[in-house]
Design a binder for this molecule. Structure first.
Ligand code: GLV
Length: 320
C-alpha cells in the first residue's frame, strides 16, 4: 500500500535548494510572506497540514493549540535553533512533535558575535557613520580610540555549541582569556575558566550572551549585572533579546556605566527603541546571526531531515 504524501506548510520563502528538495518529499505549500504567521493562520495550519516548518516569530503558544484535541498537524520542524516561540509542552500535550536545527547555525552565529565584539570594541559603526557623513577630517593619533581586544578577558554566558565556538575564536584567534558562566558544571577542551555570573561581570572586558531564550533565561541580565561590569567593558548579545532587561541596558549605556554594546537581537524585536538608535556607543544589527545562503540552506535541509524522519516513522534527529 502506498503511503499518502504528507501535506507540509513551509512558513516563509526559503532558499531555492530547500524548496526543490521539499517538493520531492512532500505535498508542499510555501507561504509567500516574510511576516510572522497570525494566530488564525497558525490555527488553520494546524488543522490543514500534517507538518509545518515554522520559524522565529511564529508564536505557537498554548492558546494556539488549546482549541484542538489532536490537530491534524503532528510535527513542527522549526527552522532555527531557538524555539522559545513554540510552547513545546503544549505541543506535546496535543500530540505534536517539535524539532529545531542546531549544528547548522553554530559557526555563523559565533562569527556574528565576533563581528559585534570587534565592531563595538573598535567603534567601527561609529567610524563608518563618520566617513559617510562627510565630516571625517583625517587620521590623527588620538582619533576614535577604542578598546584593544587582543589579550583581553572575554566572559561568555552560556557554554553550549555557540558559546564554545565563540570561546575558541576569542582564545585561538585573539589570545583572549576566556571566562564562562553556565547553569550546570561544564568541561571544555580549551583553556577557559567557569565562574559565577557576578565574577564574570566583574572581570570581563567583553561580555557575550549565548544562552537559549525562554522563561528560564528571561531577564537573567539586568541592572545588577550592568552595575557590576567594568565601565570600559562591552556587552554583546547574539542570543535572544529578552534574556536582557533592555531598559536596564539602556540605563547603563546612557549613564556611561559600561563602554558600549553590540546587539543582534532585541527584547521586542523587530522594535528597536530610539533610546538605542540615538546612542553612538551601540552597534545594532538586524538579527543577522545565521544570515548566509549556505547556512540558511543547511538549516532548511535539517528541518526537512526532521520532517522526513518523522513521516518515515523514525525519531527526528533534532527533536526537542
Ligand atoms: O536566531 C536564529 C535561530 O534561532 O536559529
Amino acid at each position: 500500500m502506498t503511503r499518502k504524501t504528507p501535506r507540509v506548510l513551509i512558513a516563509r520563502p526559503m532558499p531555492p535548494a530547500v524548496m526543490a528538495r521539499a517538493e520531492t518529499l512532500f505535498d508542499v505549500e510555501n507561504r509567500d510572506n516574510n511576516a510572522p504567521m497570525s494566530g488564525s493562520e497558525m490555527r488553520s495550519a494546524l488543522a490543514l497540514y500534517d507538518g509545518i516548518m515554522p520559524t522565529l516569530g511564529d508564536r505557537f503558544t498554548a492558546d494556539i493549540f488549546a482549541e484542538f484535541g489532536r490537530p491534524r498537524c503532528k510535527m513542527l520542524a522549526n527552522f532555527g535553533v531557538g524555539y522559545n516561540h513554540i510552547d513545546v509542552a503544549a505541543a506535546r500535550d496535543h500530540g505534536v512533535t517539535v524539532s529545531n536545527t542546531p549544528g547548522a547555525v553554530t559557526d555563523a552565529t559565533a562569527d556574528i558575535a565576533m563581528t559585534l565584539l570587534l565592531m563595538s570594541a573598535r567603534r567601527t559603526a561609529e567610524g563608518e557613520r563618520l566617513v559617510r557623513s562627510g565630516n571625517w577630517a583625517g587620521w590623527h593619533p588620538t582619533q576614535m580610540l577604542g578598546l584593544h581586544v587582543s589579550g583581553k578577558t572575554v566572559g561568555i554566558i552560556g557554554m553550549g555549541r555557540i558559546g564554545q565556538a565563540i570561546a575558541q575564536r576569542c582564545h585561538f584567534g585573539f589570545g583572549m582569556q576566556v571566562l564562562y558562566a553556565n547553569r550546570s558544571h561544564k568541561e571544555v577542551d580549551f583553556p577557559a575558566r567557569q565562574v559565577s555570573l557576578t565574577d564574570l561581570a566583574e572581570h570581563s572586558d567583553i561580555v557575550v550572551v549565548a544562552v537559549p531564550g525562554g522563561a528560564e533565561t528571561r531577564h537573567m541580565i539586568g541592572s545588577t549585572f550592568f552595575n557590576t561590569m567594568q565601565d570600559h567593558a562591552h556587552f554583546i548579545n547574539i542570543a535572544r533579546g529578552d534574556v536582557v532587561d533592555e531598559a536596564a541596558l539602556i540605563d547603563a549605556l546612557q549613564a556611561g556605566r559600561i563602554g558600549g554594546a553590540g546587539l543582534d537581537v532585541y527584547e521586542f524585536e523587530p522594535e528597536v527603541p530610539q533610546a538605542l538608535t540615538r546612542l553612538d556607543n551601540v552597534t545594532l544589527l538586524p538579527h543577522l546571526g545565521t544570515a548566509a545562503l549556505e547556512v540558511r540552506t543547511a538549516m532548511g535541509m535539517l528541518a526537512l531531515d526532521n520532517l522526513q524522519a518523522f513521516f518515515d516513522g523514525e525519531t527526528p534527529p533534532n527533536a526537542v
